[in-house]
Design a protein around this ligand. Structure first.
Ligand SMILES: Cc1cc2nc3c(=O)[nH]c(=O)nc-3n(C[C@H](O)[C@H](O)[C@H](O)COP(=O)(O)O)c2cc1C
Length: 327
């Protein structure tokens, strides 16, 4: 690729945008390695969730979300991006290799999404009682197609109720499993830790003990069923295949969907239990219907400010630059 060489402040700005991506349990399972031509994105296996996500499907999707942010931030800086997925079978953790060049061309359309990177949040509260107009839904749906995936809005009372039932069943299965609760508790951290599901420092030990000890599946399921049925927009992101490459596509599509939605005034959150519980996933696929459901999300207009969740420092996620020249 031609163009001027990448400057250090370019890749630092790109990584700063990438780490604002969503990730399951806010594990932030990514690492970045500057290279001569650009940047490598690697999975950080130490941050896997073996109970919630035994195949690293959500881990890979989370990294795909970070990759989308890299691509958008590069566009906003007028950089052209050439991205190859899973480029080296001898290094399976290497998820994507980006070649970046300063071509000084007008910023491509993706640059319009850049301001949404810092204002997107997972909003688990109720949304404003205001429908999402059909043209907004159509633009969000179209954004998933750009990345080779499909977003299926769930419409009709009966289908919504069926999917809400699956969410409730998923909650019940997960909360009944002490190892799932232990894993969740292990990722409940004081906000200052820079990762995990942030809690006030003083409340953390008690909240962890409660989650580890009690099956709260009944109460959580009832709340989640209501949230599902009442979501202004309820939608399932699906892919044609179910390989690591598909999960990377799904992650990029998810972040494009979230940034597009944010640009149009929406926020979103996830009700991913029927995808995470293996026995429920085929039932969700039939209910939508779609080939391979990857995430169930709800979106709407937020009613107030949502505080940002913590992030790790840049130097914790950047590996030493690669010295040998890669292809
Ligand atoms: C693949 C994936 C799955 C997720 N699943 C859930 C979920 O089931 N429930 C939930 O409340 N949040 C879920 N999240 C949201 C994360 O908890 C959230 O991104 C993280 O806490 C960081 O917060 P932020 O998105 O506000 O930056 C998921 C995120 C990703 C990327």
């Amino acid at each position: 690729m031609g163009g001027a060489k990448l400057r250090e402040d370019d890749w630092q700005a790109l990584v700063a945008a990438a780490i604002l991506a969503p990730s399951s349990h806010n594990t932030q399972p990514w690492l970045f390695r500057p290279t001569r031509a650009g940047l490598d994105l690697l999975a950080d296996e130490r941050r896997a969730l073996p109970v919630n996500d035994p195949d690293d499907r959500e881990l890979t999707m989370s990294c795909g979300c970070a990759l989308m942010n890299l691509r958008v931030a590069a566009a906003a800086r007028g950089l052209t991006v050439d991205c190859s997925l899973l480029p080296d079978p001898t290094e399976p953790a290497l998820l994507a290799r980006l070649s970046l060049a300063a071509e000084h061309r007008p910023a491509p359309a993706d640059a319009d999404l850049a301001p949404a990177i810092a204002t997107r949040r997972t909003c688990r509260r109720r949304f404003a009682d205001r429908p999402v107009p059909a043209e907004v839904v159509a633009r969000v749906v179209a954004s998933a197609r750009v990345e080779g995936t499909s977003l299926h809005p769930v419409t009709g009372e009966a289908r919504r109720r069926e999917i809400a039932r699956l969410v409730g069943e998923g909650d019940a299965v997960q909360w009944a499993d002490p190892s799932w609760r232990r894993e969740l508790a292990a990722w409940m951290h004081p906000g200052r830790d820079g990762d995990g599901l942030a809690l006030p420092t003083l409340a953390t030990p008690l909240a962890q003990a409660v989650v580890r000890t009690f099956d709260m599946g009944g109460g959580v399921a009832a709340r989640d069923r209501d949230l599902t049925v009442d979501s202004p927009l309820l939608a399932v992101l699906g892919t044609a295949g179910d390989t690591r490459r598909d999960w990377l596509l799904a992650g990029q599509a998810l972040e494009r969907v979230l940034l597009t939605a944010r640009r149009l005034g929406l926020q979103a959150s996830f009700l991913n239990q029927p995808v995470e519980v293996a026995a429920l996933r085929p039932r969700l696929a039939r209910a939508v219907p779609c080939e391979h459901p990857q995430i169930l999300l709800r979106a709407g207009y937020p009613t107030g400010d949502i505080p940002p969740s913590p992030r790790r420092a840049l130097d914790a996620v950047v590996l030493a630059a690669r010295t040998r020249d890669e292809p």
